[in-house]
Design a protein around this ligand. Sequence first.
Ligand code: SAM
Length: 292
Amino acid sequence: MNHSLSLQTKELSHKNTLDLVGFYNEATEDYAFWSKDFNMHFGYFVPWKTNPFKRDSMLNEMNRQVLNRLKLPLQGGLLADLGCGMGGTMHYALKQTSGLSAFGVTLSEFQLREGNKRLKNLQGTILQENFNRTSFCSNSFDGALAIESFCHSGHSKQSFKEAYRILKPGGSLVIADAFLKKDPEALCYGGKLSYEKLCNHWSLERLGHITKVAQELKDTGFSEVSVEDISFRVAPSVLHVPFAISGFILKKLFGSGALKKESLHNLKGSFYALLSGLHMKSFGYYLITCKK
Ligand SMILES: C[S@@+](CC[C@H](N)C(=O)[O-])C[C@H]1O[C@@H](n2cnc3c(N)ncnc32)[C@H](O)[C@@H]1O
């Protein structure tokens, strides 16, 4: 597995893939501060349903929204989580849907080891594989999801093609992520700065342009491509960032006293995510649903 992983990572266009792996190996445990359920993403706010002061209720609502759109078979079926982190979404899905089985892929061995411990006794397994070229058989999954993961490969066509290949005909792909509303060259000074810093600190290849991404999904063969701008649903959880960062730093300083360089990198990335989010004409958070 490790040999094949190193071959796969060589093929990734991201010049800093090894940085990405190192980043997630070292910084993943910090996410325990962001989410006790190890959701490594932003949340989805529903007025009167999710409590805007309780982060995990919004983060789990994002899981629910993504899963609802997948329309998995009633008896469960097989789910792929492409860029699964610690398996927070898989955990949520497997607890909610009886008869469901799931595979997740990540590049990080820390997430593989610790995530699989959390999935013990559930029908879910995390593999250390590249979502751009998995070992899964073609036409094998009822649904596939990618929450804040395809951005690491720049929302590349290769990721869409691979998702398409592993889905059964009729199966759905749901992507939840931030996208650009314009080409990077058209960003204003502040937008460009926060975008570059965001990509650098979170090891993102780039963010796709939402209109072009929708077209690329169609070109890949997906039908019924639906694009929902959910920026305002996501905003309440993004506003948690400054509080989470301050709390995390205080805890570290009064605890072990040490702040790892990867943790600092991650905190800066969160800050630039917040800054980017404020440029609402340039960035948006979207849910994309499409069908094979
Ligand atoms: C921000 S985390 C999101 C994790 C998870 N989707 C969640 O919402 O909790 C991004 C994840 O994408 C994974 N990832 C990035 N590039 C990948 C690739 N080429 N193949 C597999 N996993 C990848 C990382 O290892 C990490 O687990």
